[in-house]
Design a binder for this molecule. Sequence first.
Ligand code: ZN
Length: 211
Amino acid sequence: MDKIKQKIQELIQNNPKCFSSMVKKNQEMWNWVQHNSKIQTGKISEIIYSAISHESNICVNGNKKRFISINDGFGYCGLTKNCLCAQIEISKKVSKAKANRTQQEIGAENKKREQTILSKTNGTATNNGQTAYAKQKHKEFYDNEENVKKVVKKQQDTLMSRYGVSNSNKIHIPQESLDILDDKEKFRILIDKKFYYGYIRRIANFRFGSL
Ligand SMILES: [Zn+2]
């Protein structure tokens, strides 16, 4: 390791309040700092930090980053929370924090999540799938014959309004249509009538590959 760099780091450690002026007064150290720093103007501590870390104070979008301290280095660029550099830093910190979670912390988080669901479901469930509470409600609903009748009626009404029948088995597809669905040549004729083109073409491609 660079001897001067090491000296400067020791000096910072021993004089956290006044290292800046001490480094600047030491000709050898200050020359080294100016030679190695990626920034030329700003606070002395900032210039020293850059020399040691080889970090620049300019963010990916060319904005000037805020200097936090000799130990914490640069933060995000000053003006905007929306700058990419801030987002990058934050996501780095989040994934680092996640990676650093101990098994104990993960356990505690899971426990907390379970507690939340427990309190929301009156103590009947601990996961977010179909909860015991929801299952019970479903069973109660379908145990009531009136409810079942209502559901069936609703399905029948839907079928009636769409297809004019009350049972899906009764939906009638004319034989003529079924023949066309099975016959490539009949399809070809239909497609020749441009009127049918787009829709029939899609069905034909689906059934026969391209015609
Ligand atoms: Zn930025």
